[in-house]
Write a protein that binds this ligand. Structure first.
Ligand SMILES: [Zn+2]
Length: 109
């Protein structure tokens, strides 16, 4: 029997996608960071130094972040071609949303 009863639910850090403004648990968003040496890049650890912005796991948001200036504005910079290239590659590596069971089966065959 446990004596300790937490008074509240455990706090889950929330972050907001800069494109769709949806708030979600931090781990479902990807941090984009602007660093002095490399430029704008993905921060998988969420711990890199630099100005950061968060994108959710929707490809449409990544697309807009790359094609419009919303990400550049959030990071207070301008995206270079190399920056866009990096983001594009990261986007393409993302798993497609909501893979159907049929697709899962095909993949296993
Ligand atoms: Zn979003």
């Amino acid at each position: 029997m446990s004596k300790q009863q937490p008074p509240r639910r455990k706090h889950v850090p929330q972050r907001t996608c800069i494109v769709c403004r949806e708030t979600n648990a931090k781990r479902t968003l990807t941090r984009i960071v602007r660093t002095a040496d490399v430029g704008v890049q993905i921060d998988p650890t969420g711990k890199m130094n630099g100005r950061g912005a968060y994108l959710c796991d929707k490809r449409s948001c990544w697309k807009r972040a790359i094609e419009t200036d919303v990400l550049a504005k959030a990071l207070r910079t301008e995206l270079t071609d190399a920056d866009r290239q990096r983001l594009q590659e990261a986007m393409l590596k993302m798993p497609e949303l909501a893979a159907t069971p049929a697709q899962e089966q095909q993949r296993q065959q």
